[in-house]
Design a protein around this ligand. Structure first.
Ligand code: PEP
Ligand code: MG
Length: 326
């Protein structure tokens, strides 16, 4: 089985009807990056920078961050690297004292871009490090927990100002560093039409989007089946985000866990998704699945999927469109 999959290292992630799907890697370490590179990932679709902040009591400074991001960029040898700005919060606690510990509702608190905008020195240092790394290869900057147009405008203004400063100081910064938003807060998804012009690319964070849509904590096992993407509201939301992004020529990926779960591959393709970002250890399995999917048939079956009224209906569609790998 593994040997069979290993043969796919150099093969394209192409559907039976000839459409290439982009597979990005979610990476936390240089080992992940090496693996992603060897497996033929299009690039890194999600690098979670909070890991640099969670390991020890002191904050990494600009220089340390710069070296980490530069090494990541160099490791991918010209393939694009998508680096997410800090996504810390009381639910992803650090040991640095940056995060408020007594928030009554951590998942709804000062996390992600909210924390960055509230700590401008810290945010500036991260953006400087990211922009400096862009001098070494293609970098995209991804912003987590976006809930409004204003936040994206604020981040872009800050990034533009810092890029201008760096260039004035003689530092090499890429001419264009695409700025993207994680779509993981329902309000951002629903208001997307009004601020997609502020976004160069999108990454759908289904782990959080599901949690916030269904009011079901992603880490609470007592909720059992209640935390699930198998809900008609979630599918409708995904379809609308993907449709809008495609219509406006904004690259859109899913980077939550479902992107690496082959049970969901045909469903996501049916919804029009052309990019997946997943753990490198799952990349070949998903590539194999894609190579057994007939995209035009799946797209034609999307209306039937959208008619499902409940979990059972969605599961039935998934059984009928399993795209078995043999
Ligand atoms: C997500 O929310 O789906 C996501 C990819 O980000 P994280 O799991 O880091 O919150
Ligand atoms: Mg998230």
């Amino acid at each position: 089985e593994r040997r069979q999959l290993n043969r796919l290292r150099r093969e394209p992630s192409r559907t039976t009807d000839g459409v290439d799907i982009k597979l990005w890697a979610n990476s936390e370490s240089l080992e992940d990056v090496a693996e992603a590179h060897a497996l033929g990932a299009a690039g890194v679709g999600l690098y979670r920078t909070e890991f640099l902040f969670m390991q020890r009591p002191e904050l990494p400074d600009e220089e340390e961050q710069f070296r980490a991001y530069r090494d990541l960029v160099l490791g991918m040898t010209g393939r694009t690297v998508t680096i997410r700005t800090l996504d810390l919060g009381a639910d992803k606690a650090d040991r640095t004292g940056l995060v408020l510990r007594d928030e009554p509702n951590p998942a709804l608190g000062v996390r992600g871009v909210r924390l960055s905008l509230a700590n401008s020195d810290l945010f500036d240092a991260q953006l400087r490090a990211l922009l400096r790394a862009s001098g070494y290869g293609p970098v995209r900057v991804l912003v987590p927990m976006v809930s409004s147009r204003e936040e994206m405008i604020g981040v872009r203004a800050r990034m533009d100002r810092i890029a201008a400063q760096l260039r004035a100081d003689g530092c090499e910064v890429a001419d264009h560093v695409p700025l993207g938003a994680m779509i993981e807060v329902p309000a951002a998804a629903l208001a997307l039409r009004g601020f997609i012009d502020e976004i160069d690319f999108l990454s759908i964070g289904t782990n959080d989007l599901v949690q916030y849509m269904l009011a079901a904590d992603r880490n609470n096992d007592a909720l059992g089946d209640l935390y699930t993407p198998l809900h008609p509201a979630v599918l409708r939301m995904l379809r609308n985000i993907i449709r809008l992004a495609n219509a406006r020529n904004r690259p859109v990926a899913v980077c939550g866990e479902i992107a690496g779960d082959t049970r969901f591959t045909p469903l996501l393709l049916a919804l029009g998704l052309g990019e997946f970002s997943l753990h490198p250890g799952l990349l070949l399995e998903v590539r194999n699945k894609i190579r057994h999917c007939d995209l035009s048939r799946l797209r034609a079956a999307a209306p039937a999927l959208m008619c499902a009224h409940d979990r059972a209906g969605i599961l039935e569609w998934m059984r009928e469109h399993e795209c078995a790998t043999g």
